[in-house]
Design a protein around this ligand. Structure first.
Ligand code: PHE
Length: 343
């Protein structure tokens, strides 16, 4: 028998790929292999030699088979290994920068005040931006021809239809909706419109948030306490609130509300935020005028109410130190990103 086992084993050992190994498997163990041919010759031998001859071939066959199996495992492992090396992620490369959106400053400010008011038991209400004169003015104690109409230069659509100049009409609507049943505790954030020339501090469209409480035994001290809570949550726990008398047609008495300066605490005569006065005006407020209560369906001899209204832009500009209102309306995400953390 002329079978060179060593040559076969060497060839197996030298196989570089699984394909090569597969070819060797066919060559050494297949039907046309030397071993198969040698085996087929068994029958031609004398009977007494056949068993030993067959056994010898089988030993070689087994040895070749296990050499191929072992080599196969080795090559497979090598293949996996080289794949892993090739596919290795280079974590030292900078990743892709997926830019995340950011809440607009105005919306973030509305959300913040909303959270405070909801926490105090207020209900959030909305109303139409195209509003009837009836709700925007008349039910707010400003009849047609009343000089107080000049306080808010209004966009009229028809004689009785306008772009609301304040969010107060939502108060009127809430009163009517309540149908004389107290308490009412609501606030209404929303867009309002006035015929203003746009500049760094004016905009023909801006955002207001008004609050209204109606119940029995409501007094000015409830208003002050409420505004103190809001001012401290917005501008810091040490803030004081002060009332200055003012005029709004729908409240009596009416006040302008100042918060003590959060920037200098009233200690810096050249403070750019409070102009050295120690106080910053943040909103208007007052006790609901008896005429407004009456028109809203509440008997002023039984019920009282307070109302407050603030400009969200002003609050946002103060809080974030923004000096041009137009920045609040730009689509430039870099503006918001300077001030708000990504969520
Ligand atoms: N709506 C008033 C304004 O725009 C603000 C305000 C609301 C004042 C409620 C007092 C009470 O001027």
């Amino acid at each position: 028998m002329d079978i060179n086992k060593e040559t076969m084993l060497t060839e197996i050992e030298n196989a570089k790929t699984l394909n090569e190994l597969n070819e060797l498997k066919i060559k050494f163990l297949g039907k046309k292999s030397e071993l198969a041919i040698a085996m087929s010759k068994t029958g031609t031998l004398p009977v007494e030699e056949r068993a030993a001859y067959g056994a010898k071939i089988n030993v070689i066959r087994k040895e070749i088979t296990s050499a191929i199996d072992a080599k196969q495992i080795k090559l497979e492992e090598e293949e996996v290994h080289s794949k892993l090396i090739k596919e290795k992620v280079d974590i030292s490369l900078p990743g892709y920068n997926y830019s995340q959106g950011s809440k607009a400053i105005l919306n973030a400010t509305i959300d913040e005040i909303t959270d405070i008011l909801i926490g105090m038991g207020y209900e959030c209400k909305e109303g139409p931006e195209v509003e009837q004169d009836l709700y925007n003015f008349e039910m707010m104690n400003v009849p047609k021809g009343h000089p107080a109409r000049d306080m808010q230069d209004t966009f009229y659509i028809t004689e009785n239809l306008l772009l609301r100049s304040q969010t107060s009409p939502v108060q009127a609507r809430s009163m009517l909706e309540a149908n004389g049943v107290a308490p009412i505790k609501m606030f209404c954030p929303g867009k309002v419109f006035r015929r203003d020339d746009d500049d760094a501090t004016h905009s023909h469209q801006f955002t207001q948030m008004e609050g209204l409480v109606i119940d029995k035994h409501i007094s000015m001290s409830d208003l002050k306490g409420t505004l103190e809570v809001i001012a401290r949550k917005m501008f810091g726990a040490k803030r004081e609130v002060r009332f200055r008398s003012s005029y709004f047609p729908f409240t009596e008495p009416s006040v302008e509300v100042d918060v003590s300066c959060f920037a200098c605490g009233g200690k810096n005569a050249s403070c750019s935020i409070c102009k050295g006065t120690g106080w910053i005006e943040i909103l208007g407020a007052g006790m609901v005028h008896p005429n407004v209560l009456k028109m809203g369906g509440f008997d002023p001899s039984v019920y009282q109410g307070f109302a407050f209204g603030m400009g969200i832009e002003r609050i946002a500009m103060l809080r974030y130190g923004i000096d041009d209102i137009r920045n609040l309306y730009s689509n430039d995400i870099r503006v918001a990103k300077q001030f708000l953390k990504e969520e």
